[in-house]
Design a protein around this ligand. Structure first.
Ligand code: G6P
Length: 468
């Protein structure tokens, strides 16, 4: 099958679980890209190339099971056992994610040695597998939209195979400033940037990340050449969220949460995240503890609902972080909890309906990442909120560019200031809170996923091609 529009990403819109009886069960994923792609409709014949991520996915590829418009790649079958793990865990998540989120903070890390070089070789092979699959699936002159830090080399590789294509790449993460990007070995930094500059057009979520990318290019490869750079600040899907959050399962979960909170006049501070180092969950808990210590009037009167869903558990540092989140939550409950009041309600089982329930009833949402490409939670809460919700927002989240004016801003490292921000947010007069929530919701929906996707597609088709 050849297509005029292709999307490529590590995680695709569908995944398969292998059931005990040997049957494959398909699960559809959500997110901005999935809803964005829906704008062109099923008849557009778009093809989404993604990696097989688990045993279920690999079995689906082996059996030839798949959905129309989705082409799953078993990277290990194509490039050797262990290639996907080395590229995804060993490079994309352990190195590139760390660089762009500026997560390396010890004198011991990072170390770029021979083992790193071997993993980089796997990262190349993984990118090559994508480039080859895209080259095979693309109609003459097709538009190809490649996603994220997993696939930084694919644009250049694809350009070499198919100079006729319009190639775009979009970064869903922040981009590191040149001083920090400079941690990478010089040849790797150059290869990565040159790979991306193989695209006709590169997209970023904010001006800050786009400028950082251009600054890295200026330093390492002398500029961005003929590649166009655009900024597309993905917004939330308001119509979907409003409808979904009024369904019965969400109402049920609201009732259950109210029961756990206890006391109708108790306030709630919520957070909803993957258990992700960059989300800064531990400092969020420490700030809540400091609020209870410094402002005893809140004891018994506020509950922190923290949803921290499992993520990247193949990496030890994520497992340790997950354990630390639980430990600190338990510590706070042991220190301050009473017979009738549990200060922190930590839930780790992913449940979208319950997340929406928390959005609806929250008084305050805490979004305090160390760094974040955008952060859609900050955009979803004001849309769904029943009675208005104050937003405590890290100035290091991409969403801050659009939402900062109506949020309570925090430096994510400053626990004391975050505790004060929680106090300010909890004390916000209801009318002020409701007004701000309305403005936040308007800003959050300025660029809905469908528009976000179509804008990029149009811009890519109009971009001057470096191959021309
Ligand atoms: C970030 C990345 C996405 C990725 C997501 C989940 O938002 O930008 O590309 O899909 O994290 O990460 P995971 O490693 O679970 O796919």
């Amino acid at each position: 099958m050849v297509s005029d529009i292709l999307v490529a990403s590590n995680r695709g819109p569908v995944s398969y679980a292998l059931r005990e009886d040997g049957a494959l069960e398909a699960r559809r994923g959500g997110g901005g890209l999935v809803s964005g792609l829906s704008a062109i409709g099923p008849d557009a014949g778009a093809v989404w190339v993604c990696a097989a991520l688990g045993e279920g996915d690999r079995e689906a590829v082996r059996r030839g099971v798949g959905e129309t418009g989705v082409r799953m790649l078993d990277v290990d079958a194509l490039a050797g056992e262990g290639t996907h793990a080395d590229a995804y865990n060993g490079i994309a998540n352990s190195v590139l994610w760390f660089v762009h989120h500026m997560l390396y903070q010890t004198p011991m890390e990072p170390v770029f040695d021979a083992a790193f070089r071997r993993r980089w070789e796997a990262y190349r092979a993984y990118n090559r597998a994508f480039a080859q699959a895209l080259a095979a699936e693309a109609a003459p002159g097709a538009a190809v939209l490649i996603q994220d830090y997993h696939l930084t080399l694919a644009p250049g590789m694809l350009r070499a195979l198919r100079p006729d294509l319009r190639i775009g790449h979009f970064s869903h993460t922040p981009w590191a400033p040149p001083e920090y990007f400079g941690l990478l070995p010089d040849d790797i930094a150059r290869e990565l940037l040159e790979g991306m500059l193989g695209a006709d057009r590169l997209g970023f979520l904010t001006h800050r990340w786009a400028d950082a990318f251009a600054a890295c290019c200026a330093r390492v490869v002398g500029g961005t050449g003929r590649t166009e750079i655009g900024v597309h600040g993905l917004g939330a899907d308001a119509a979907f969220l409003r409808g979904r959050s009024r369904q019965e399962d969400v109402e049920e979960r609201m009732a259950a949460l109210r029961e756990q909170i206890g006391g109708a006049d108790r306030k709630t501070v919520i957070r909803v995240d993957r258990t992700e180092l960059s989300k800064n969950i531990v400092r969020g808990l420490l700030a809540f503890r400091e609020l209870l210590a410094a402002r005893p009037e809140w004891r018994g009167r506020v509950v922190h609902i923290a949803f921290a869903y499992p993520s990247r558990q193949d990496l030890e540092v994520y497992r340790r972080y997950t354990a630390e989140v639980s430990r600190v939550a338990e510590e706070i409950n042991a220190e301050y909890g009473t017979e009738t009041w549990t200060p922190v309600l930590l839930h780790v089982k992913d449940d979208f309906a319950r997340s929406l329930a928390a959005y609806r009833l929250a008084d305050v949402a805490l979004v305090n990442p160390i760094r974040d490409g955008m952060n859609l939670v900050a955009k979803e809460v004001p849309i769904v909120s029943d009675e208005g919700c104050a937003l405590v927002l890290s100035r290091e989240a991409g969403a801050f560019e659009e939402l900062g004016a109506d949020a309570v801003a925090v430096n994510p490292y400053d626990v004391t200031a975050t505790a004060e921000a929680l106090h300010e947010a909890l004390s916000m007069p209801p009318a002020d809170r409701a007004d701000r929530t309305k403005r936040l919701a308007a800003a959050a929906t300025a660029l809905p996923p469908q528009r976000w996707f179509l804008d990029q597609l149009e811009a890519l088709r109009a971009a001057p091609s470096p191959a021309a």
